[in-house]
Each structure stands twice: as C-alpha cells, then as structure tokens.
Design a protein around this ligand. Structure first.
Ligand SMILES: Cc1ncc(COP(=O)(O)O)c(C=O)c1O
Length: 459
C-alpha cells in the first residue's frame, strides 16, 4: 500500500474484483520497481491530486484547482460554434462529403485549423508566423511533450525551468528522462544573473543546457509576471548560450488589460518555441492546444524543413491527430469573434480580474498591514491570471493542508509541489481564485485567515 506523498493518506484505491488484491495476493508479479522510474516520482501525482483534492473535502472551499470558472459555459454554444464552422467551410466551397470526411475521419497530423490559428495569433498577439509552423496539439501538454522529445537529443541535454514551476512540464520531462534544473523565479520574472550562473554551472559539468521553460505572464503557480526588460534579457541570454526558450502562456487572454508582448513576438532569432493552450481561452474539455515551431531544421544533405514538421512526425506516433470536432469548435469560436480570442474572452477576463482583486481586498481586510508585518504574512498582487502566492511563517506542508481542510474547511496548494528538486516553497501557498464564486472567495479568504491565525497561534 502506498502513501500519498502530499496528504499522508493512503493512496490505495478499493481493489477491483478478480485482481486478487483484496486477498493480499500479487497480480502477475508487477512491481513498481519494475516499471519506469518516473512512476515513483511524486511530481507525477500532483496533477491528479489538484483535480481530486476538492472531491476529498466536499464541504471545503477550494483554492486548489486552476480550473476555469463555469459561469460562462453553455452546452448549446458547442453546437452553435460547430455549426458556424461547418457553414463557413461550406461557404468556402467544401462539399458536404468533404465536410463529413473532415469530421469523421483521421485528419492531418498538424491540424486542419492552422490558418485560423495563425490569423488569431497575428491579431491577438502580434505573432506573425506561417500556418505551416504551427502544430495543433492535444492540449498544451502534448505541445510540451513534442517540443521536449524533439529538442533533447542526449543524456547531457538539460532543461532549465523557472521555479516554482508548472508541474506539466516537469512531468513531461520526467517521462522522457530529461534532467531538469530549477532557477528561482523573482517577483519580476527570472533573474538573469541566476540564469547566467545556472547555465555556466551546467557547462562546467559537461552538460548541454538545451532549453529554458518559462511562463512569462501570471505564472502558474506564483502569479508573477516577467517585466519587458527581463524578457529582453532572457532572449539575449538564450542567444548567447545558444539555447531554446519554451514559452507557455495560457493566462494572457483571460486576464484584464494590455499584456506585455510575448517572448515569441519579440524573438528575432527564432529562439522561442511557443506552447499554446486553448484550455483557458476556450474550454479545457476540448483538450486542444498548439505549438509554434518556426525554427528551420537542416540536415547534412542541405535539405531543410521546419521544426513544426519534425514535431508533427512525433505527434503522428503519439496522438496521430488532434480531435477534428474539437478543432471545428475552436474554429467556430474564432469565426464568431472576428478571429480574436481576446475578443471572445473580454468578459471572462474582466471577471477573473475582479475575482483576483476581491481576493486581494479580503486578504488586506483580514491581515491589516501592522498585523501582517508582525505575523510575517505577505502576498504578491498579480493583475491577472488565476493565482497568487501567500507567504506564511510556518511550514505550508501536507499536514498543515490537512488541518486547514478538516478544521477550517478551506483548501489551498502547498507551493512546495512546484519545486522539482523539492528544495523550495516550504513557507508558501498557492491560492487559485478562478473557479470560485465571489461569495466563496469572501468566505474562503475569511476561513483561510482563521487557518493562518491558528497556525501562528494568534487565535
Ligand atoms: C502553465 C500552464 N501551461 C499549460 C496548461 C494547460 O495545458 P492544457 O492545454 O494541456 O490543458 C496550464 C493549465 O493549468 C498551465 O497552467
């Protein structure tokens, strides 16, 4: 029986009939130690944990999952968007038989909505790339996997990640056996001195730093955003050390106000592989994302292709192609919003911004400046995204989370889960406000304040 590394609870599930597990006998001699080492890595449990913990404490208000708010989801919209794309295809001259084939059959590996995606990237983000440099993927998660598989060629190729770090990239790297090095994130992004030192340390050890993964806007988990100056410096360092940048930024289009340009938009040296997600800007049930890989790949014979072509080759052996129905729905959403996802999201972005501001006001209210200082409780103030970081003067660990859930009916995520080497985040908490109603945010922060007070012995 294994123990869940995060909660200390038994992770064992009820045995299925016929497996022999109920009587304590082994099933066909399968031992964890015989399976791939990544399956013993606690990082791989974090994603499921974030999805499941809310179910475990149904009475608690949960600041744990980074899910979209469901208020704007309408089942009928799915049919409307699908219809609008099919009508568009028909107006463009596609025959009913061709449309049927597009929906029902296997499709092109790189996707059939690449032109619409390229147009929307130009309109929303000022990213000007040819449709051929885009691969439509099964979520951003697949984009990460493809990019890592293609770029990391040998055992000495190392991935640097800004930390705390989204678990999806670390998990994908673990699956592929890619070594990951953490570079600590600062309030304004990554400190280029730290990055420089980390790169030099890898080179000294005979490794090849291959890529840096960053979430420059409203990072998950911290909520921090990279300043324009840091973006420029990161690109310069990438050029100097000849590394790629994996840019993942799913919260831009669901955040209020104007955003700084993406790294991809200001990347003149084609250093950036941009990993895209439609999970927040449309809805996660579609499981759709994309990768922009406009780098030119040459071989010894003088022929050349785009990195996107190579990624599509890998994709053909992973998911074959992304679901056509999901692509058609995204296309319908794009067509219905003048080709701009920013347009389609203007109301939700405003709502997420209000939710964050409400959480920040409630924190201010429950921890007035003098008390906050005396107690050593601090937090950042993101203007967008789904997350914020609270620092506390006690270990924010699984035991504290269990007390919070059981005694105060409030759930949050220990920041330590987002440090791949387990070194960091010990006194920090991620609060995610995206999925909650405003009244839940008010109640939840009040409960959270009680929990913090009880931990520091103030109540
Ligand atoms: C930084 C980051 N990247 C990617 C994703 C989502 O990826 P996908 O499109 O696979 O749902 C998330 C969602 O939580 C995220 O926070």
């Amino acid at each position: 029986m294994s123990t869940d590394p995060r909660s200390g609870e038994s992770a064992a599930r009820p045995a299925r009939p016929g497996t022999g597990a109920a009587t304590g006998t082994q099933i066909s001699g399968l031992r964890k130690s015989d399976l791939h080492a990544c399956l013993s890595d606690p990082m791989l449990d974090v994603m499921n944990f974030l999805n499941e913990i809310t179910d475990r404490y149904p009475r608690a208000i949960s600041f744990a999952p980074g899910r979209p708010h469901e208020g704007a989801f309408e089942v009928e919209d799915i049919f409307r968007h699908l219809r609008s794309y099919l009508d568009y295809l028909s107006q463009q001259g596609s025959s009913p038989a061709r449309i049927r084939t597009m929906l029902f059959q296997y499709g092109p590996t790189a996707g059939h909505i690449r032109e619409l995606v390229a147009d929307s990237l130009r309109a929303d983000e000022g990213i000007d790339v040819a449709p051929e440099s885009i691969v439509v993927t099964v979520g951003c998660q697949e984009a990460m996997l493809l990019a890592l598989r293609a770029l990391f060629a040998g055992p000495r190729d190392v991935l640097l990640v800004s930390c705390p770090c989204y678990v999806g990239i670390v998990g994908a790297a673990r699956l592929l056996g890619i070594p990951v090095r953490a570079v600590e994130e600062r309030p304004d992004g990554i400190a280029c001195d730290d990055l420089d030192q980390a790169l030099q340390a890898e080179l000294r050890q005979g490794n090849r730093p291959r890529a840096l993964y960053v979430v420059p806007d409203y990072n998950n988990p911290s909520g921090n955003t990279m300043t324009p100056a840091v973006r420029q410096e990161v690109l310069e360092l990438a050029e100097r050390y000849d590394i790629a940048i994996l840019e993942d930024s799913p919260y831009r289009l669901v955040s209020p106000g104007r955003q700084s340009p993406t790294l991809k938009a200001i990347d003149t040296g084609r250093r950036v592989v941009h990993l895209g997600s439609f999970a927040k800007s449309t809805f996660p049930g579609l499981r759709l994302g994309y990768v922009i890989a406009d780098q030119i790949v040459t071989d010894g014979s003088g022929s050349a292709c785009l990195l996107a072509d190579e990624l599509a080759k890998i994709k053909s052996m992973v998911t074959v192609n992304s679901p056509s129905v999901s692509q058609a729905i995204v296309a319908g959403i794009l067509l219905g919003s003048g080709g701009r996802l920013s347009e389609a999201n203007s109301r939700t972005a405003a709502r997420y911004g209000e939710a964050l501001q409400l959480a920040l006001r409630q924190l201010d209210r429950h921890f007035p400046a003098a008390r906050r200082e005396a107690a050593g409780v601090t937090w950042n103030r993101p203007a967008g995204g789904f997350f914020l970081t609270v620092r506390v003067p006690f270990p924010a660990d699984d035991a504290a989370l269990a007390r919070s859930a059981e005694q105060h009916n409030v759930i949050w995520t220990p920041m330590r889960y987002f440090f791949p080497d387990g070194r960091g985040g010990h006194n920090a908490i991620r609060l995610s406000v995206s999925a909650l109603e405003f009244t839940e945010i008010e109640d939840g922060i009040a409960r959270f304040a009680h929990f913090v007070d009880s931990e520091i012995g103030a109540r």
